[in-house]
Design a protein around this ligand. Structure first.
Ligand SMILES: [Zn+2]
Length: 303
């Protein structure tokens, strides 16, 4: 763990509590936030106690000074601004991205950067009743979750009236460490009930229609791998495929020996274990989207 680095985006109630508990765990911690500390912050963000309010102090400057002065062995680096697309390059310097922001727009930008550059990330949401942690690593992305969910998963760390409990922060820290050590897989969502401390965990599959997943993985299929022929659209993956795994993603698909067949309303997909696809009744783009989702589900299998 001491060799890993993490980029913390959002140093509000959850972000600042996590930062306080991050000492000595990571080699390097980056902190993004454009906010100035206000007196009202101290209720939910006790980490900023001791701030001198005679002149404006940014959350990032305060955090970096405080945490680096403790000499915990972790190096803290600050970015005194809100995260935008221009900061994608900064992401590359870190092993892991932790999103503690409080709005969906920031979340979408961070998610797009993570999918684009294949960065592992955890998206944390918190309200008065429940916390949710969503892990991304070459898996279903935050947008796959967002476009299919209702409730506070859409928000971020906001609408709380007291500082997060220590028990939750320990839980959060343990989960992030496990994720950094590859003990939690991408696509997992973990819900933590703040009153009875129960934990619910589930895996999310990539959404075949997710525009972020499709946009950032389509490119590989734009160079003529797809072939339109009289019987439909052909695609040669060029490598063996695990049809059993594919059939679990293609609901309604049936296995016949070396083939997987999917039929629905005059459309069909035929996949051979050698990696050949034949789409009938699909447009080139639809076929491309489907292939992207099916073969990019498990990045390890590509090599
Ligand atoms: Zn997605």
């Amino acid at each position: 763990m001491e060799s890993k680095s993490i980029l913390v985006i959002g140093a509000g109630a959850v972000g600042s509590a996590f930062l306080e508990s991050s000492q000595g765990i990571f080699k390097k911690v980056g902190i993004f936030d454009g906010d100035i500390i206000s007196k009202s912050n101290l209720i939910t963000q006790p980490f900023y106690q001791g701030c001198d309010f005679s002149s404006p102090v940014s959350k990032v400057a305060f955090s970096v000074n405080k945490l680096n002065s403790l000499n915990s062995g972790t190096e803290y680096k600050g970015y005194e601004r809100y995260f935008t697309e221009k900061d994608f390059e900064t992401m590359k310097e870190y092993d892991l991205i932790a999103d503690f922001t409080d709005n969906v727009n920031s979340r979408k930008i961070i998610n797009a950067g993570c999918v684009k550059y294949g960065k592992a990330a955890v998206f944390v949401s918190l309200n008065e009743k429940e916390a949710s942690l969503f892990f991304y690593k070459g898996s279903a992305c935050f947008n796959c979750l967002f476009r299919n969910s209702i409730g506070h998963v859409k928000e971020g760390c906001e609408s709380i009236v007291s500082a997060p409990e220590n028990e939750f922060i320990s839980f959060l820290k343990e989960n992030i460490i496990e994720f950094a050590l590859n003990k939690i897989e991408g696509g997992r969502i973990v819900l933590f009930n703040l009153s009875n401390k129960r934990v619910l965990s589930s895996m999310l599959k990539k959404d075949m229609e997710c525009e972020v997943c499709v946009r950032h993985t389509m490119k590989k299929f734009e160079d003529g791998f797809l072939q339109v022929c009289s019987s439909g659209i052909k695609f040669s993956y060029g490598k063996k495929l695990n049809l059993k795994e594919l059939s679990s993603m293609l609901s309604g698909g049936r296995l016949y020996g070396e083939y997987l067949i999917f039929n629905e309303n005059n459309r069909s997909i035929l996949v051979s274990s050698d990696g050949d696809f034949l789409f009938t009744g699909y447009t080139r783009e639809e076929a491309g989207k489907l292939i992207t989702v099916l073969v990019s589900q498990d990045p390890e299998k590509k090599e």
